[in-house]
Design a protein around this ligand. Structure first.
Ligand code: FES
Length: 149
């Protein structure tokens, strides 16, 4: 059982729920079922309502991130340059879809909007490190390097 005493940093007002969920995500890297229960107790808001808020705001992650967080850009420039294919290649290499973490907790995959380096499209980042001008060969090679670590 995790310790959610850090929630005491903010007032229990209902309007602070988002702040509380952001705090949870900052501590845990995502918002777990257990932390939803803790937020529900703390703010006096039903769990189902909190789940609704989490679904509405894309900033919240409900799945525990893997050791290596892969973000594939599907912004306009990357989309035009074939980001959908990159997503397919990575998905089939790792056996997970966007929004999932593999069973060993090594990789998680997400699709994001512009990573801010469109001239390198198509782009992905792993733990914040940018890889650009991707094709099938380079994408698979990068994943294999991370698998070895
Ligand atoms: S659209 Fe992909 S980095 Fe900008």
């Amino acid at each position: 059982m995790n310790d959610y005493s850090y929630l005491k940093e903010i007032d229990k007002e209902h309007s602070n729920l988002i702040k509380g969920l952001q705090l949870i995500q900052a501590h845990e890297g995502y918002v777990s079922d257990e932390s939803i229960r803790a937020a529900s107790d703390y703010f006096g808001i039903a769990e189902v309502e909190i789940e609704g808020v989490l679904t509405f705001y894309a900033q919240f992650k409900r799945i525990k991130p893997g050791k290596n967080k892969i973000s594939i850009c599907d912004g306009t420039a990357c989309h035009i340059k074939g980001s959908k294919q990159i997503i397919e290649w990575v998905s089939s290499e790792l056996g997970i879809k966007s929004g999932e973490t593999d069973s060993d907790g090594i990789f998680s995959l997400e699709t994001v909007a512009c990573l801010g380096c469109c001239s390198l499209a198509p782009v992905m980042s792993i733990n914040g490190k940018i890889f650009g001008k991707l094709d099938r060969k380079s994408t698979i090679k990068i994943l294999k390097e991370y698998k070895k670590q």
